[in-house]
Write a protein that binds this ligand. Structure first.
Ligand SMILES: [Zn+2]
Ligand SMILES: [Zn+2]
Length: 392
């Protein structure tokens, strides 16, 4: 091959390496990773019944948390571009491969909802709707977090109503699907200090608790305990799955294990009530009112499984953003009215993507070097270098 014929070949190889690395890291990598995830089978529910598949009787719910779309004040444009692209690709690939019926996002959707101006808020919301677009077959349910409306002392009616208006729903309510009650709780308003928003949310929770209690009593044939049920709204007679941003009270993450638990140096740090986790009192009240069969929460950005009072399991869902962790994930939940089963789906690790780009960069350098040596000839290059050395 002539020296002139080598150039197109090298140019083609260079383009193949650059385009291949980009296409793999920005599109393809999500497909094999998420393809490995599957909806968990429901555990056996009756004696002699084998584990059943995810049929028409179970809701397929995808649960993620803490997307933290960066705002105009604290977010660097490249960080914003990168993280939002990653989350968009991961979410769209998950919708395509897994086809959930409902997706729950457990709060801290926006990083700066707590202080963003109306213009910046509208820009954040527009980007959110683009990233998390979905077909009518999937319902997207969003919960409120402290970064969306502020920590308790920053929260006000304007920010809460702005959030609720965008998602067209109250921040505390029950979503029912196929006989399953998903209870959504505005946990930012559970400080118990009698603030107007706290009073309103607590009133709503008490009403929902009564509705659920009466629905259970109505389903029982003996009719006991129906005295105060007049006017109660009817729900399927089953304990709810409770979803909220703050975890219920726990001392620390010391008992948490798994590859996405908090790092060992942070696991023993004590949680602050009403800041890292709900207060003991608010947590006990929620458990007493609703007796949930499962609690799913966010906020800590790390994974954890915790059992409250030896009977109420809680799962902390880690952050979905690579800005907060190297290995984001989401939960796949198959839920029927009497049973549920969970699995975790990990997304590609940031370190893998960086490794692929570094390898592609090394390939580029080697190709350029080989091209240089081949075209000019090793001897000619050496003489040239020697000549330059002497002339110095
Ligand atoms: Zn967060
Ligand atoms: Zn939070």
């Amino acid at each position: 091959m002539s020296r002139f014929g080598a150039r197109p070949v090298v140019a083609a190889l260079l383009i193949a390496v650059v385009v291949g690395a980009f296409f793999f890291c920005e599109y393809l990598i999500y497909i094999p990773t998420i393809f490995q995830c599957a909806w968990p089978k429901l555990e056996r529910t009756r004696a002699g019944e084998e584990g059943i598949g995810v049929g028409d009787s179970a809701v397929r719910a995808m649960v993620l948390s803490d997307t933290h779309l960066l705002g105009a004040v604290g977010g660097h444009w490249f960080d914003k571009l990168r993280r939002e692209w990653q989350m968009e690709r991961a979410f769209q690939t998950a919708l395509w491969l897994l086809k959930p019926e409902v997706v729950f996002i457990l709060g801290d959707i926006f990083d700066e909802g707590k202080w963003s101006s109306q213009k910046h808020w509208e820009d954040d919301v527009r980007r959110f709707h683009r990233m998390f677009r979905h077909s009518p077959d999937t319902e997207l349910v969003v919960l409120v977090g402290n970064h969306d409306i502020g920590f308790h002392y920053e929260m006000d009616w304007f920010k809460l109503q702005r959030f609720e208006k965008v998602f067209n729903a109250s921040s505390t309510r029950i979503v029912t699907k196929k006989g399953v009650n998903f209870l959504l709780v505005n946990s930012v308003a559970l400080h118990g200090d009698g603030c107007p928003i706290c009073q309103s949310v607590e009133k709503e929770l008490i009403r929902l608790s009564r509705d659920l209690y009466c629905s259970l009593q109505n389903a029982q044939s003996n009719g006991e305990g129906k005295e105060n049920c007049e006017g109660a709204r009817s729900y399927p007679p089953t304990a709810p799955i409770m979803l909220q941003h703050y975890p219920l009270f726990r001392v620390s993450d010391a008992s948490c294990t798994g590859q996405d638990a908090a790092p060992p140096e942070e696991r023993h740090l004590l949680f602050r009530e009403k800041y890292d986790v709900l207060s003991k009192e608010a947590s006990q009240r929620l458990l007493r009112w609703f007796k949930p069969r499962l609690i799913l929460s966010g906020h800590t950005h790390s994974g954890c499984e915790f059992l409250h009072d030896n009977k109420y399991p809680e799962i902390s869902v880690p952050s979905f953003s690579w800005r907060n962790r190297n290995n984001p994930s989401f939960i796949l939940a198959s839920v029927s009215s009497s049973s549920y089963s969970l699995s975790k789906c990990f997304l590609p690790e940031e370190s893998t993507v960086i490794g692929v780009y570094c390898s592609a960069g090394a390939c580029l350098l080697l190709l350029l070097l080989a091209h240089c040596l081949w075209v000019k000839g090793l001897l000619q290059l050496s003489l040239c270098l020697l000549g330059k050395h002497k002339s110095l």
